[in-house]
Design a binder for this molecule. Structure first.
Ligand code: ATP
Length: 364
């Protein structure tokens, strides 16, 4: 995918900017607080219907403005051109895709695939299971058309079972909802497992390049119940009494997690902050490479503040790797990352200053 035009209005520091992005590397350089990250945030907003800076979307709209808007025009590898726009005013969102209104922001996410590495990405390794579920599900969502409808079925059945458990009313309906949960949940787990096997083969290639000291990676899906010994239907039945006491469902794919182990390095608690970030980057690039393999089109890659995230040697490794990808890459920094000077193919530089953006210019 190749973003040709990006317009942003009233997003944080950015008042009104328009960028003609280039194929290959696009470097956004500027001082702290100038608005570089906000550009990546705008692209991420279309591709994920959320900001990577926390859950809360408030604070995104520029102070004193009624609404923010983002407009993106991009090309796909098959030659198709697409346009998406998003407007957020207070609590309301309006979105358009290729000239028509869309009801679900997920339609934008499906259309424009974006992978972002940013200072908070270490939470993919260190944070709770929800981060890793979302990571895995993003890949499944982009390669399996069946995933979203099945996930919706599961979410509806889960909500119904939880209501029955909480209010202890209509308990005779538990069997029916558990059957629905078990069917949809088993399908979700099958799709997740198949996708993880693909991600694992990408990681087997990436981890030695980005984290040579790791000596390889093991990554396993914990499906959310003891799948080796029981079906999801049995697990739900067995958990009924406990779930009635808890008032919610304690087993199932909404409790899934990824168990990650590096062969020659300690468990995730024992990794240095730098190693954690390198592992998070490897996970994200595996996701991008997997999507590129399946769809024949690279997602947009975004790297926020790479210079302060990784040391020089690791930045160089990342550059060497990215140069082998046929992806459009947006990178922010206060200066050109170490070793990147003059060695970047087709790089464009944008200078960001107090919310204004000039460029593209060729790198010095
Ligand atoms: N709602 C808002 N309205 C106006 N300005 C805002 C709003 N939210 C944040 N800002 C300002 O936007 C700037 C943050 O922008 P951003 O994080 O994109 O900068 P940056 O260039 O990436 O900075 P750094 O290099 O420090 O990461 C800060 O100056 C902040 O005060």
């Amino acid at each position: 995918m190749l973003i040709r035009r990006l317009q942003i209005q009233a997003l944080r520091r950015l008042d009104q900017v328009e960028l003609a992005l280039q194929p290959g590397f696009n470097l956004l350089l500027g001082d702290n607080g100038s608005g570089k990250t906000s550009v990546l945030e705008a692209v991420h907003l279309i591709g994920h219907a959320r900001s990577f800076r926390g859950r809360v979307r408030d604070g995104l709209v520029r102070q004193g403005q009624p609404a923010l808007s983002v407009f993106v025009e991009w090309e796909r590898a098959d030659g198709g051109c697409h346009r998406a726009g998003l407007r957020h005013s207070g609590q309301d969102w309006q979105a358009r895709l290729d000239g028509r209104d869309v009801q679900q922001l997920g339609e934008l996410c499906q259309a424009l695939a974006v992978v972002t590495f940013e200072p908070g990405s270490h939470a993919l390794v260190e944070g709770g299971g929800e981060m890793r579920r979302r990571y895995l599900d993003w890949s499944v969502f982009h390669v399996e058309h069946e995933f979203l409808p099945v996930w919706r079925r599961y979410a509806r059945a889960l909500k119904q079972r939880n209501i029955l458990l909480r209010y202890r009313h209509g308990l005779e309906q538990l069997d029916a909802w558990e059957q629905e949960l078990a069917q949809a949940g088993t399908a979700i787990t099958q799709m997740r497992s198949a996708c993880l096997a693909e991600l694992k083969s990408q990681l087997d290639h990436l981890v030695p390049r980005l984290l040579p000291a790791a000596g390889g990676i093991d990554i396993e899906l914990y499906p959310g119940w003891r799948q080796q010994t029981q079906s999801l239907e049995d697990a739900l039945l067995l958990a009924r009494e406990r779930d009635l006491a808890l008032g919610h469902t304690s087993v199932g794919p909404h409790r899934a997690d990824l168990r990650i182990r590096l062969c020659d390095l300690p468990g995730r608690e024992g990794l240095s902050r730098g190693q954690t970030k390198q592992l998070a980057l490897a996970l994200l690039l595996a996701q991008a490479a997997h999507l590129a393999r399946v769809r024949g089109d690279w997602p947009i890659l975004q790297l926020d503040d790479l210079g302060s995230e990784l040391d020089r040697a690791h930045q160089q490794r990342v550059l060497d790797l990215l140069q082998t990808y046929d992806a459009q890459v947006l990178v922010t920094g206060t200066e050109l990352p170490a070793g990147w000077c003059g060695s970047l193919p087709a790089a464009a530089v944008f200078h960001v200053e107090q919310g204004q953006i000039a460029g593209p210019v060729a790198p010095d």
